[in-house]
Ligand binder design. Structure first.
Ligand SMILES: NC(=O)C1=CN([C@@H]2O[C@H](COP(=O)(O)OP(=O)(O)OC[C@H]3O[C@@H](n4cnc5c(N)ncnc54)[C@H](O)[C@@H]3O)[C@@H](O)[C@H]2O)C=CC1
Ligand SMILES: O=C([O-])CC(=O)C(=O)O
Length: 314
């Protein structure tokens, strides 16, 4: 008899982003979820998972959520999401996290490689463009199976601000953010619209520039408000959208961090670009025609990513 098995999703790091992601994945019944943290935090990790399971009768989801520090529990995962690492506090940049998190991401990837060699891996840990590179090197997986999260979140912020500006539904806003996940990211105004109407016909140049700038420092805005950590609801929602695109082979066109081999003129670099995300992971990267101004902005963003890579020490 053929038995159809549920998908298995591992979330490494059971902190703010990891725990929120685990709950959202289960609520959407995308698969069974294994939530992993370090041995010293095994009981709190088990406690979070059990607490989520106890929400399942109320909310009516049948996904299982298991908390653990043992990678054997993660074996043969279809998707692994890595949120392990430290988060920034007010006054810090994402790049300040680089060497602590590079060591953590590398050690996590060694376990992922051993226990889930066929998984598609999505990285959240910051600075995420560089951490996706570290993961790619540590995993040794093909480039289509190593994906970083930045553009879905940055685009979500951008679209939130546009919807607010025009007092329209967020559902009707389309936008794109290219480049690295830092203050030089490149929201593409020319490719932004509401209900198909280009935003530059509806919002003044000055206001658009303010929205672009607010998007670029959107992570910092939340860090300053929270005071003791960084954003987690919208980052978790972004990870869930990417995971859903993979597990349901939806072939969504999403801005994601991909390994570039000539695209946009870049080589041996992970950076945010629009791509088709489906059952094969990154199935195709789209190369948009850019104006000279947009190209210069992308180059500045690529430089910032390269500069972080220069100081990675693993
Ligand atoms: N790329 C993006 O768009 C975003 C990235 N981030 C980044 O995600 C990371 C996590 O953020 P939060 O969840 O808010 O932090 P958090 O501090 O709440 O949670 C991180 C968790 O990772 C765990 N951890 C540390 N080393 C580990 C290891 N070797 N194995 C397993 N778990 C380990 C910690 O014990 C902690 O529970 C940070 O680096 C943050 O900057 C956060 C939001 C958005
Ligand atoms: O800002 C941070 O440190 C966390 C993050 O990447 C974001 O929320 O965009």
């Amino acid at each position: 008899m053929t038995v159809i098995k549920r998908k298995k999703i591992t979330v490494v790091g059971a902190g703010f982003t990891g725990a929120t992601t685990a709950l959202m994945l289960a609520q959407k019944e995308l698969g069974d979820v294994v939530l992993v943290d370090i041995p010293q935090l095994e009981n709190p990790t088990k406690g979070k998972a059990l607490d989520m399971m106890e929400a399942s009768p109320v909310q009516g989801f049948d996904s299982q959520i298991k908390g653990t520090s043992d990678y054997e529990d993660t074996a043969s995962s279809d998707v692994v999401i890595i949120t392990a690492g430290i988060a920034r506090k007010p006054g810090m940049s994402r790049d300040d996290l680089v060497n602590t998190n590079a060591g953590i991401v590398k050690s996590v990837c060694e376990q992922v490689k051993q226990y889930s060699p066929e998984a598609i891996v999505i990285i959240l840990s910051n600075p995420v463009d560089a951490m996706t590179y570290v993961a790619y090197q540590s995993l040794g997986f093909p480039k289509n199976r190593v994906i970083g999260q930045s553009g879905v979140l940055d685009t979500a912020r951008y679209c939130t601000f546009i919807a607010e500006e025009l007092n329209v539904s967020v559902e009707d806003v389309r936008g794109f953010v290219l480049g690295g996940h830092g203050d030089d990211m490149v929201p593409l105004v020319r490719y932004s619209s509401v209900g198909g109407i280009p935003i530059d016909t509806l919002i003044s140049k000055e206001r658009i520039q303010e929205i672009v700038q607010r998007t670029r420092v959107g992570g910092g805005e939340i860090v300053n408000l929270l005071g003791n950590g960084s954003a987690y609801y919208a980052p978790a929602a972004s990870l869930v959208q990417m995971t859903e695109a993979v597990l349901k082979d939806k072939k969504r066109i999403l801005p994601i961090i991909a390994y570039l081999e000539g695209e946009y003129g870049y080589n041996d670099l992970f950076m945010g670009v629009p791509a088709i995300l489906g059952g094969g992971g990154i199935e195709k990267i789209f190369e948009l025609e850019l104006t000279s101004e947009e190209k210069a902005a992308l180059e500045k963003s690529a430089d910032s990513v390269r500069n972080v890579l220069k100081i990675v020490n693993v």
